[in-house]
Design a binder for this molecule. Structure first.
Ligand code: PSU
Ligand code: MN
Length: 336
């Protein structure tokens, strides 16, 4: 019956309950709002481990065809590590939880023609039947609606440098404050103000951990940022226990798990720092603001490092996907 359909979080074993989405004649049925791929539907029904994946990284984060190849490779890493990937996007206004290879190729080819969709854009893209690639914020929200509590990506958005002037703070951070999904990422790029990003996350009540043997919070292309997490997590099981505790007390806020890029894939601090500084300077000179800012900076850093940053980016996303899959697996075992 419909009520059962709505208890998605129960299906994946979370203690979390959905009361806000009880069927109601004034409220469109969520089950018809989210469309699941067969693979994702089967995994949810069988309470198998799932890892959500975002799609803005495909459309706006990397050039074609590397974006397509990476998205497919990342899904494979998730499967190889025992979980089911659920890449999330909105196609012609329809929310899709789990994409086919053709759908991923479509988004990859669309690139920036797709709407970069964060929380505020979701209803617009749906109502106007547009195609939207979901950012970390929108992907978290939709993953949670679907009953998926582990999400892997490259990096999260943050507080932009010069935010005192622009007030540019990524919606990813407020989403982390209001949605109980664990985001496995390589930390925060230094195109952003990492210190202020961590302060903002603290204010939002977000648990921030480093995956590994130190507290050093990673800076995406490099293993350290000069800032520290609250705690270190050394095993997938520890991460799963943290997520289970978050659900048990119904925190309704998210977790950041920062996985430092592997040593062999990391970039030289100074070289990447110079590229980032140059890119930030150009963005200011050219008056790039709002949602254009992050894609502009990512593209310029890729160009200024002669494609080296893209290689690191691909390597770290795969690593994050593998860690996330292992965490999802242990979480499914805990919840069984
Ligand atoms: N950082 C990256 N790659 C990305 C993004 C961020 O290294 O692709 C994307 C993610 O989708 C993230 C979004 O959620 O950019 C943040 O955009 P903004 O800063 O406009 O909130
Ligand atoms: Mn912004």
């Amino acid at each position: 019956d419909q009520t059962h359909e709505f208890d998605r979080c129960d299906q994946c074993g979370n203690v979390y309950k959905w009361t806000a989405y009880e069927p109601d004649e004034n409220f469109p049925a969520l089950s018809s709002t989210l469309r699941f791929s067969d693979e994702v539907k089967a995994a949810l029904d069988q309470k198998k481990p799932l890892v959500a994946l975002e799609s803005t990284i495909i459309s706006h984060g990397m050039p074609y065809p590397v974006n397509f190849e990476t998205a497919i490779a990342v899904e494979k890493v998730v499967r190889d590590n025992g979980a089911t990937p659920a890449t999330i996007a909105i196609l012609d206004g329809q929310i899709q939880i789990g994409l086919s290879q053709d759908q991923i190729r479509h988004l990859a080819k669309m690139g920036r023609e797709a709407v970069k969709a964060s929380r505020r854009d979701l209803a617009v893209v749906m109502a106007k039947k547009q195609t939207g690639a979901t950012t970390v914020s929108a992907t978290m929200l939709l993953a949670h609606r679907a009953g998926i509590s582990v999400f892997a990506t490259g990096g999260i958005g943050g507080v932009h440098r010069g935010y005192e002037e622009t007030m540019d703070v990524s919606a990813d951070l407020t989403e982390l404050g209001r949605t109980p999904v664990a985001v496995v990422c390589a930390g925060v790029k230094s195109i952003l103000d990492i210190g202020r990003t961590l302060e903002f996350l603290e204010t939002q009540g977000v648990t921030v951990a480093t995956y590994g043997k130190t507290l050093d919070f990673p800076a995406f292309f490099t293993r350290t940022s000069g800032f520290q997490s609250m705690l270190k997590i050394e095993t997938p099981k520890e991460a799963a226990e943290l997520i289970a505790a978050n659900h048990a007390v119904d925190l309704q806020s998210g977790i950041v798990i920062g996985v430092p890029i592997a040593k062999e894939d990391a970039m030289d601090d100074i070289l990447v720092g110079e590229a980032i500084n140059a890119a930030v300077k150009e963005s200011i000179e050219q008056g790039i603001v709002g949602k254009e800012s992050t894609p502009f900076l990512l593209k310029r850093v890729n160009e200024l490092t002669g494609g080296n940053s893209l290689k690191s980016n691909i390597a770290l996303v795969k690593q994050n996907a593998s860690v996330a899959a292992k965490i999802a697996k242990d979480l499914a075992t805990l919840n069984a």
